[in-house]
Design a protein around this ligand. Structure first.
Ligand code: BGC
Length: 747
């Protein structure tokens, strides 16, 4: 198995969309689904630019499907290239994650009897981030006439929702073509330019349709002689970082394209591959196992983690499907802070800071949201897009198959744990990086503003403070009281706020008082903390996920667990019925042991892990990784490894359609979590980095990089060694506990 390649050697239209997602190319600025050049019914070609959101009429905003440049229609003696006709003699297709290039090789004998070999190559440049470069090489086994039609297709939609007004189409004397359009609601200018070249003389023309402009080339080839077409395209938008009022997307595209065309496909590939190489040299995680699938899964995770965030732009988050598909509308959830951010904190801390600054940019809208619901402080959107958009969670989410009615979504109002998740992430970033500047400028204000929200959200009942009517991480339960995860995390937020207030300088206090009621916090925090209800283990040692959880009725979990598709329980029950069952969609209570591990003893963690894993269907891709991580921490290594395997299969497994609308960013962050924080046992504490590695059977050894407080380390673990080598920076306090490695312990 090639561990850097995502490949297929059989053309299967059922798998088109999955391949488009998992082999998506990009660079944080844009994402280009890996669709085939020629059109098929099942294809879902899409290019997205991070931050270009737009709201269709009466719907929430979403990442808009941009004009497409990946299309190529090829005709050999008038017969259109299509792998569903003629005879495909050879087919192989792969994305090389090592250099970011995707290549498809096809040999097809057409109905006209001509045997043609095609090699399609494509990249989204790492160094020229506005550029997509494509190359098609064709060799015919007889003399032939070739016609190529390729251009900029503005007829793209998000499952039918069109985001652009009329397109302005252009053809320039230097053979560039251009398309310019504005998003309908958000009024973002988007420009695309392409230029097509061929290795042989050609007859060139341009054709247009209502929303597209295309270059056409016609030429003759001799038997066995290759002809090469190169298409380079540039995207620019008025939301690009640094784009000013005096700029025009047309001029920007022209400039980007000019620079890229000088380099040509090969030059762009060389630079982009070098950038990828630098990335892999510094960030490689090695997993030595007899099964190479694990190395591949980790490479896959690193590849996508690297291209999902725009490392330069603090106005942008990471979507639940990153830039690889239209699922979840490009919105950011708690997925970022809890599942993805740890990778950035310990690998690219400067990008982690940008991602948290993005959350800071949502603070004003979060204050407005809190007011709207009658609360104080900042109530973060459950789903976030562009900062001005505020809450973007849709109110309805498809049809309940049992009742035939639309499922109402209450997450924007009730899934409030996201607030504590953000505060937690700020703290996690801070203790792992020591970035005081961030805390002073952004972090403290975020933590205090969210604490203000919680103070107004808790309710005094039964002589204690409770949090009522919420949705916890387990989205199969709506309107529950005292979700343990939410209560503990809110309490943790209070602790952080209290610590900030106790240590705040007069200068900062004055500054914060402009927006935050510091006196109010000072008075109320101790009162509420003193009587905050934090659910404790019951007589069986089980912490109730929420009030009454243990009284819910059981279901035969085996009917819905470990199935080829998630959500199969909805075939048999309505949402209302599931709400009353003792069944969890995803890690909920177990999340608590991941975030606030030190607050619980091992026995409690183990008992609850076993109890809750049993009734968790893992119907969310956020579930397996956390369970694997926790099993590692509990030294339940076989379970940890099994769950890790399944987590790797979320996007890379054989299941055909679960990644169609995009990769699962949180689960991809989760692969990293399961390896680094699970097997590696890496975790920043207040004053030290603790490292408690384990080595499950099935992995012979592993090695991974960690940046902690500006110093770079590499953890290497095998049966006879567990070592943290400092690669750069000053020595930090690292507590390496080798006791869990069986081989070492026996020495
Ligand atoms: C999960 C949420 C998650 C969202 C986006 C849902 O299915 O239940 O926890 O935030 O997907 O990934």
């Amino acid at each position: 198995m090639e561990t850097y390649k995502i490949s297929e050697n059989k053309f299967n239209t059922d798998k088109l969309q999955k391949f488009e997602s998992i082999a998506c190319q990009g660079n944080g600025y844009m994402g280009v689904r890996n669709s085939l050049e020629e059109e098929y019914v099942h294809t879902h070609r899409n290019t997205f630019i991070n931050g270009v959101f737009d709201a269709p009429h009466e719907e929430v905003t979403e990442l808009a499907a941009l004009p497409d440049v990946t299309n190529f229609e090829l005709y050999i003696n008038s017969e259109r290239f299509d792998m569903l006709t003629g005879t495909v003699n050879k087919y192989e297709r792969s994305l090389n994650m090592k250099n970011g290039e995707s290549v498809r090789r096809v040999t097809r004998t057409g109905e006209n009897g001509i045997k043609v070999t095609y090699v399609f190559s494509r990249l989204a440049s790492q160094t020229h981030r506005h550029i997509v470069a494509e190359r098609v090489q064709i060799i015919c086994d007889s003399d032939a006439q070739i016609r190529v039609v390729t251009g900029i297709d503005g007829k793209m939609t998000n499952s039918g929702a069109q985001h652009f007004g009329p397109a302005e189409l252009r053809s320039y004397s230097d053979r560039r073509i251009g398309l310019y359009a504005k998003t309908l609601q958000s009024q973002v200018d988007v420009g695309v330019q392409s230029v097509l070249k061929s290795s042989e003389d050609n007859k060139y023309s341009v054709k247009t349709d209502r929303r597209g402009v295309f270059s056409c080339m016609q030429l003759s080839v001799n038997k066995g002689e290759p002809v090469v077409f190169e298409k380079i395209s540039a995207y620019a938008t008025s939301r690009d970082l640094g784009f000013s009022e005096n700029d025009s997307v047309e001029e920007k595209c022209k400039k980007y394209l000019y620079d890229a065309v000088q380099l040509g496909y090969d030059g762009l590939l060389k630079l982009s591959a070098e950038a990828w190489n630098n990335f892999w040299e510094t960030n490689t995680i090695t997993i030595a196992s007899d099964n190479k699938f694990y190395q591949k899964a980790v490479n896959f995770a690193l590849y996508h983690l690297h291209i999902m965030a725009n490392c330069e732009d603090n106005r942008l988050g990471i979507g639940a499907k990153a830039l690889s598909g239209e699922g979840y509308k490009g919105h950011s959830f708690w997925d970022t802070e809890i599942f993805i951010l740890p990778y950035y904190i310990y690998t690219e801390p400067q990008t982690a800071r940008k991602l948290l600054e993005y959350r800071y940019s949502l603070l004003e809208k979060s204050r407005e949201k809190a007011k709207k619901y009658g609360f104080n402080g900042a109530m973060y959107p459950w789903e976030a897009a562009w900062s001005d958009d505020g809450e973007t969670c849709p109110l309805s989410g498809g049809m309940d198959l049992e009742t035939g009615k639309s499922i109402e979504i209450h997450a924007s109002e009730k899934e409030v744990h996201i607030n504590a998740d953000i505060a937690y992430a700020v703290w996690h970033y801070y203790i792992a990086t020591g970035d005081k500047d961030f805390m002073e400028k952004y972090g403290c204000e975020m933590i205090l503003s969210i604490a203000e929200f919680w103070l107004s959200r808790v309710e005094e009942r039964n002589g204690r403070y409770e949090i009522l009517d919420v949705i916890g991480p387990d989205e199969y339960k709506d309107g529950i009281d005292n979700n343990a995860y939410t209560n503990y995390m809110a309490y943790f937020n209070f602790c952080l706020a209290q610590e900030i207030i106790q240590n705040i300088s007069d200068e900062y206090r004055k500054e914060f008082e402009k927006k935050i009621d510091i006196n109010g916090l000072e008075i109320c925090l101790p009162q509420v903390m003193d009587k905050m209800y934090l659910p404790e283990p019951d007589e069986n040692g089980i912490i109730p996920q929420f009030d009454g959880f243990r009284d819910l009725k059981d279901v035969d979990y085996s009917l819905y667990k470990n199935k080829e598709k998630v959500g199969m329980i909805f075939d048999d029950y309505s949402f209302e019925e599931i709400n009353k069952m003792r069944v969890c969609k995803q890690a909920d209570l177990v999340m608590l042991f991941y975030t606030l591990r030190n607050q619980f003893d091992n026995e409690t963690v183990k008992r609850n892990f076993e109890y809750y894993e049993n009734c968790t269907l893992h119907d969310s891709s956020l579930s397996l990784c956390i369970h694997s991580l926790m099993a590692s921490r509990l030294n339940m290594l076989d379970t940890a490894f099994k769950l890790f395997h399944k987590c790797c299969e979320v996007d890379l497994g054989d299941n055909t359609d679960n990644s169609d609308s995009g990769i699962h960013s949180a689960s991809i962050g989760g692969i990293w979590l399961a390896v680094v924080m699970g097997f590696g046992g890496v975790k920043a504490e207040n004053d030290a980095l603790t490292v408690e590695p384990v080595l499950p059977d099935g992995i012979n050894s592993y090695s991974l990089p960690i940046i902690y407080r500006g110093s770079k380390y590499r953890l290497t673990v095998s049966a006879d060694e567990a070592d943290m080598e400092r690669l750069s920076g000053e020595q930090q306090t690292i507590i390496l506990n080798r006791n869990n490695i069986t081989g070492l312990r026996n020495k």
